[in-house]
Design a protein around this ligand. Structure first.
Ligand code: TRP
Length: 382
């Protein structure tokens, strides 16, 4: 049994109560300092994304030099991705919201990877039809967050392989089997699709530089659990003549049952709020969600509750508090005992429903142009 202080964070497992500063030290990443926040704020035209301001994004690699380059007239591009194993849940929006914000405030392109191949290889229970269908469903949800059709490019792996493959050939030659075995824990029985897949996840980080024949820096916003993937990418970048991608890491958003992170897979569907959950299911999940409240109303009024351990507060913090004032008010009233959990849940439910309604409309609209973002071919490969 792990002791109280112990936690595990890898691309395949998130467990225990995570000490995020300690994790940053273990991974050897840099802290997002006030100076760096001020720099983002300034370059973004006097605005900071709420998830950065509230400390959810808290760690990085090489973000400072990427921003300095931008300030000196060298634009970057964004890269993020999704393995389509099922519906998206609200925590997935964190990274795509942030990418959308960077795209709008910095006027930079976004490259999105939909890894239908990866999920087919990784999950024996999923058919090809399912990974493709979820790939499109997820793509609509992501684009509906407000991405600019002209500046957004999708690698839908099975459809974009002709665009990816010429570079994947080069990348794959640089990655020894011993590396992926150590980083991902592959067993002799792991199918060979997955061992090769690693190369495909690296390709988008270099693709624009390769396609345009000039150096274009890359920024990857991701959960800190994904850092090991991109250490491989960073290790081989310079050997191929590309810049190491910069990373911006978030903390993990706790699941509604107060255990681990939200997850698409697994038996614990009530741990996550899926974007395709009908309103009554959303209600039920939030009503049953784990909170930082006290055993009785009297105690809560007297002693206050604990936002830091509350899964509902985590959702306010992540995206559902529309302003800093609102976020501070919820936090303060929770801590003081002025706000009871039932009322807090009613209030956030209104906002979640309003988001779902608005999102359903936006997602219908992107269906007209989603396909046109899919990159089908590569420039002439020499
Ligand atoms: N492997 C990721 C997943 O399972 C998908 C992914 C591909 C990704 N490229 C990425 C995630 C870049 C973050 C950044 O969901």
């Amino acid at each position: 049994m792990p002791g109280e202080e112990e936690f595990v964070v890898t691309p395949y497992e998130v467990r225990g109560r995570i000490d995020y500063d300690r994790l940053r030290e273990l991974f050897g990443t840099q802290a997002l300092t006030p100076e760096l926040l001020a720099k983002i704020h300034r370059l973004a035209g006097g605005e900071l994304h709420p998830a950065i301001r509230r400390g959810i994004f808290y760690s990085h690699r090489d973000l400072g030099s990427l921003l300095d380059g931008y300030a000196n007239g060298r634009p970057f591009f964004l890269y993020s991705g999704r393995g389509p194993s099922g519906p998206l849940h609200t925590s997935h929006l964190l990274h795509f919201d942030l990418c959308q914000w960077f795209q709008r405030r910095f006027g930079v392109p976004m490259y999105l990877q939909i890894t239908d191949d990866e999920k087919f290889w990784a999950r024996s229970g999923l058919s090809r039809e399912e990974t493709v269908r979820w790939g499109y469903e997820n793509l609509y949800d992501i684009l509906a967050l407000g991405f600019d059709p002209k500046r957004t490019h999708t690698f839908f792996d099975s459809r974009s392989i002709a665009a990816l493959y010429p570079l994947a050939i080069r990348v794959a030659r640089k990655i020894p089997y011993s590396t992926v075995k150590a980083v991902f824990g592959f067993e002799p029985s792991t199918n060979i699709g997955l061992t090769f897949y690693t190369a495909l996840q690296t390709v988008p980080a270099f693709w624009p530089s390769w396609a345009e024949g000039r150096t274009i820096p890359c920024l990857i916003p991701c959960g800190i659990d994904q850092d090991p993937h991109f250490r491989v990418t960073r290790d081989i970048a310079e050997g191929l003549g590309y810049p190491k991608p910069a990373l911006l890491h978030s903390q993990m958003v706790p699941g509604l049952l107060g255990e681990g992170a939200m997850s698409t897979s697994g038996e614990r569907a009530d741990n996550s709020l899926f974007l395709n959950d009908p309103p009554e299911v959303v209600d039920r999940k939030v009503r049953h969600a784990f909170t930082g409240g006290r055993a009785t109303v009297e105690e809560q009024r007297r002693l206050g509750a604990t936002p830091e351990i509350c899964s509902v507060w985590a959702q306010w913090r992540m995206r559902f508090a529309e302003s800093e004032e609102k976020f501070e008010q919820v936090t303060r009233d929770c801590r003081s005992g002025a706000l009871l959990c039932g009322d807090c849940k009613s209030e956030i439910l209104e906002r979640i429903h309003a988001f779902y309604d608005q999102h359903a409309i936006a997602r219908e609209k992107v269906k007209d142009w989603a396909e046109s973002t899919i990159v089908a071919s590569a420039p002439k490969d020499l």
